[in-house]
Write a protein that binds this ligand. Structure first.
Ligand code: 1GP
Length: 265
């Protein structure tokens, strides 16, 4: 029996191919992604929060979390965000439960420094045919968890990258690029007391050709400015969106947009 044929996405994406959309916008400067966890910010509420983030100037919504993710929750949140914004919605997967045809693409992320092959490639092997069947665009991403790693470091069974060894991080990031990853993400873990250290970002940026995303623990504009100065091309914030509200999010997004030579939209 042959595998089911891929079909046009159930919800044809206006951003397709999203990777190209992303690369074009990155030519004009850095981007800000808003991470929403449908377990903490479900359904219509996700739509409202995304709408506010869009008004503040965010460029894309990542949908996902480390625990408690269900396909129905992902779909409801994605639908609500599409109803209220014109932002692309991209799956930030926890596992097969994160897959929804309502998204514009899925980050095909491999937690490279996990001790468990489940997070590196095994879950992917179980989900790839479904993703193809749904017509979702996969964007490969080398996901590197830096100390302290927080929940994702624990759940993902990561040997977290040390904060004081920039060349170690550079080695891992370049390995990801050489493996063909289209994006690399340095992750300190959601709610980390401090973001990824600047020397790590600098060392990784120096060797990498593909876009570099940085997230975890970004709460203030001065941190955003420093990370952008060190070479981060996409900043991801989650906690500040869900807990800090508009006042906390605004200066971070403003900082990202101040670094752009032309608007993203
Ligand atoms: C998730 O690192 C991001 O990948 C979000 O981190 O919740 O600390 O913003 P925060």
């Amino acid at each position: 029996m042959s595998a089911p044929r891929p079909r046009e996405s159930l919800r044809p994406s206006v951003f397709r191919p999203l990777l190209r959309w992303l690369q074009e916008r990155l030519e004009g400067g850095p981007l800000h992604f808003t991470l929403l966890d449908p377990d903490k910010t479900p359904g219509d509420r996700a739509g409202e929060v995304a709408q506010r983030a869009e008004r503040l100037g965010t460029h894309l919504i990542l949908l996902g979390g480390s625990t408690g993710i269900r396909p129905e929750g992902m779909s409801a949140a994605a639908r609500a965000i599409h109803a209220r914004t014109r932002l692309p919605v991209v799956i930030f997967p926890q596992g097969t439960e994160s897959v929804t045809p309502e998204a514009d693409a899925i980050l095909w992320m491999s937690l490279l420094n996990s001790r468990n092959l489940r997070w590196v490639v095994r879950t992917h092997a179980g989900a790839s045919l479904a993703v193809r069947h749904l017509g979702l665009e996969p964007i490969s991403l080398g996901y590197l968890v830096v100390a302290p790693g927080m929940k994702v470091g624990e759940v993902g069974e990561a040997d977290v990258l040390p904060r004081d060894e920039p060349q170690v991080a550079a080695g891992w990031a370049l390995a990801a690029e050489y493996l063909g990853m289209q994006l690399v993400y340095l992750e300190a873990g959601s709610g980390a007391p401090e973001p990824v250290p600047l020397p790590l970002v600098r060392a990784v940026r120096e060797v990498l050709k593909v876009p570099l995303l940085v997230g975890g623990g970004i709460r203030r504009a001065d941190q955003a400015r420093a990370l952008l100065g060190a070479g981060a091309q996409v900043l991801v914030t989650g906690t500040v969106v869900e807990e800090g509200g508009e006042e906390a999010l605004r200066p971070i997004i403003e900082e990202v947009n101040r670094h752009r030579v032309r608007p993203a939209r």
